[in-house]
Design a protein around this ligand. Structure first.
Ligand code: HEM
Length: 260
C-alpha cells in the first residue's frame, strides 16, 4: 500500500529495481524492509502483456490493486481513474525527503501531506489504512519504550515480542491494528481513542501528544465507519492523481521492475 505514495506522484517509480544509473525507492529509509508483494504485481503485469501488450501501465496496476485489496478485506470501494503512465527513473533521495516516518509529529504528517496537495482530512482518513498490516519492531520500539501516551498493558504486551535493544528483534512484526488486524474496518480509530496506536505517527493523530488538531476527526471516524469509508475512498482517488504522467510523458513499462 505504501507503493502508492511515492516520489513526485503515482508513476510506479517505486517498482523499479536499482540500476547502475540510479538508486531507487525500494531501500529508501521510509520504505526499507516494508515494501512487499512485488511478485504479485509482476504476475499481473505478465498476464496483461500476454493479453494486451504495452497498454496498461504499472502505475494503473498499482492503483487498481490497492482498491481491490481494500475491498477484499471488507473496506470501501471506489472508481479508479485510469491512464497513468510509468516513470523512466526513480529517486531514493526524493523518497527519503518526501515520505513521513513512524516517528513523525502531527505537524510533520500534516506538512508532508499538504506538500502533496492533501488536506488534514485526507491525511487522517488515509492513515486509517493502518487498520490492516504489520509494522516491524524497529519502527515502534521508541514508542513502546519511551512514549507516555500509550496504554500500559498494550505497551507491556508489545515489549514482550519487541526487545528494547536494537539488533536481532528489529524485524519482529506487530499488528498495526491490534483489535482486528486483518479487517479493513474503523477499529484503528477506536484504538487511538484508547492510546493503542502502534506507531508514534498513529497516536499523534489523537490525544494531545500531537497538539490535538485532528482529535475531532479521529473521534468521528471511530464512531462512524460510513463517514470514514467515504472520506478514505475520496482521499485514495485524490492521492492516486498526484502528478501522474500522461500523454506522451513516461512510458508503458513492459516489466514493472525495469524501464523499457
Ligand atoms: C501518515 C503517514 C504514514 C506513515 C508515517 C506510515 C508509516 C508506516 C510504517 C512505518 C509502516 C510499517 C512498515 C514496516 O515496519 O515494515 C507502515 C505500514 C503500512 N502502511 Fe503506512 N504510513 C503512513 C501512511 C499510510 C498510507 C497513506 C497508507 C495507505 C493508504 C498506508 C498503508 C500502510 C499499510 C497497508 C501498511 C502495512 C504493510 C504490511 O503489512 O506489509 N500507510 N506504515
Amino acid at each position: 500500500m505504501h507503493l502508492l505514495y511515492v516520489r513526485q506522484g503515482c508513476d510506479a517509480s517505486v517498482l523499479l529495481d536499482d540500476t547502475a544509473s540510479f538508486t531507487g525507492e525500494k531501500g529508501a529509509g521510509p520504505n526499507a524492509g516494508s515494501l512487499r508483494g512485488f511478485d504479485v504485481i509482476d504476475n499481473i503485469k505478465m498476464l496483461l502483456e500476454l493479453l494486451c501488450p504495452q497498454t496498461v501501465s504499472c502505475a494503473d496496476i498499482l492503483a487498481v490493486a490497492a482498491r481491490d485489496s481494500v475491498a477484499q478485506l471488507g473496506g470501501p470501494s471506489w472508481a479508479v481513474p485510469l491512464g497513468r503512465r510509468d516513470a523512466t527513473t526513480a529517486s531514493a533521495s526524493l523518497a527519503n525527503s518526501d515520505l513521513p516516518g513512524p516517528t513523525s509529529s502531527l505537524n510533520g504528517l500534516l506538512n508532508a501531506f499538504s506538500n502533496k496537495g492533501l488536506s488534514s482530512t485526507d491525511m487522517v482518513a488515509l492513515s486509517g489504512a493502518h487498520t490492516v498490516g504489520r509494522a516491524q519492531c524497529k519502527n515502534c520500539r521508541a514508542r513502546i519504550y519511551n512514549d507516555t501516551d500509550i496504554d500500559a498493558s498494550f505497551a507491556a504486551s508489545l515489549r514482550a515480542s519487541c526487545p528494547a535493544q536494537a539488533g536481532a528483534g528489529d524485524g519482529a512484526l506487530e499488528p498495526l491494528d491490534g483489535s482486528t488486524p486483518d479487517a479493513f474496518d474503523n477499529a484503528y480509530f477506536g484504538n487511538l481513542l484508547s492510546q493503542r496506536g502502534l506507531l508514534h505517527s498513529d497516536q499523534a493523530l489523537f490525544g494531545g501528544g500531537g497538539g490535538g488538531a485532528t482529535d475531532g476527526l479521529v473521534s468521528a471516524y471511530a464512531s462512524n465507519a460510513g463517514q470514514w469509508g467515504a472520506d478514505f475512498a475520496a482521499a485514495m482517488v485524490k492521492m492516486g492523481s498526484i502528478s501522474p504522467l500522461t500523454g506522451t510523458d513516461g512510458e508503458i513499462r513492459v516489466n514493472c521492475r525495469r524501464v523499457n
